[in-house]
Design a protein around this ligand. Structure first.
Ligand code: AKG
Length: 257
């Protein structure tokens, strides 16, 4: 598939969708692995899940999945099909950053929340700067049909309006779940791929007992890779079985893989 048009859409709006990008058999195989992870995660995180969780992370770490399942995930993450879809969006080398699994909240009344991903570890000034010089990209793979995400197009490149900032920071009488008039809902089906910028203003849409794997990629930049857990990377034996092992870059402070 040629990604020139989708990637141009991303550059302008901050996201693109490819419908039916993955075949049903591959999704079924992936779903089996993810369900094993999710069941194991729920065992150890039941209280957190019942309190507020809408996602887990670090699926490729060795704690909850066996080596065969980890290898399946590494193959998926570093496949030509995945890498080809997004590598043109990075000015230089891309790297694997993390995985997250999104599901519905235990409490059906729990509301979703507008945010930019970096707002939880960067100041407002740093967030502004990150719009210019940091690329973190989510690849969302819904395992089942789901309501998807709501995105504010263009916010990967521009700063918030007053209303947007008040909303995602829940200030001046606004709530993080308030409607934003310029949000665009992107419903997703199993087999689709949604690529979107972590920098843009977005929120999840809950429902349909969703289970969605997000693979995060970033610039090969030590500042961003400090968020990559070295345990989430494949070892040298596994790397030999991957199509693009070079995307797994160890954070600079860790030992040789
Ligand atoms: O799906 C969700 O609940 C939120 C998704 C999200 O915030 C993200 O992928 O960064």
């Amino acid at each position: 598939m040629n990604f020139v048009e989708p990637q141009n859409h991303y550059r302008q709006h901050g996201y693109f969708v490819v419908r039916d990008y993955f075949d049903a058999q591959s999704i079924d195989r992936l779903t089996a692995v993810i369900k094993r992870f999710h069941a194991a995660w729920l065992e150890v995180n039941r209280e957190f899940y019942q309190r507020q969780a809408v996602n887990s992370a670090y699926l490729t770490n060795p704690q909850l999945l066996n080596q065969d399942d980890r290898l399946s995930l590494f193959k998926w993450i570093s496949s030509d099909q995945m890498v080809h879809a997004i590598e043109g969006l990075f000015p230089a080398d891309m790297a694997f950053m993390n995985t997250q699994l999104f599901f519905d909240p235990f409490n059906a009344n729990q509301k979703n929340y507008w945010h930019r991903d970096p707002q939880y570890h960067l100041s407002l000034e740093e967030q502004k700067a990150s719009l210019r010089n940091q690329n973190v990209i989510h690849c969302r793979i819904p395992l089942f049909d789901e309501p998807g995400l709501e995105l504010v197009p263009g916010t990967h490149k521009r700063w918030d309006s007053e209303t947007e900032l008040d909303t995602r920071l829940a200030r001046n009488g606004c709530q993080v779940s308030d409607q934003l008039s310029n949000g665009v809902e992107i419903p997703l089906n199993s087999g689709d791929l949604l690529v979107f910028s972590a920098n843009m203003i977005h929120r999840g849409l809950y429902g349909l007992d969703r289970l969605s794997l997000d693979i995060l990629f970033c610039d090969n930049d030590p500042t961003l890779l400090q968020h990559c857990d070295p345990q989430s990377l494949p070892d040298s034996t596994m790397r030999q079985r991957l199509q693009n092992p070079g995307i797994f870059v160890k954070p600079t402070s860790t030992v040789e893989l």
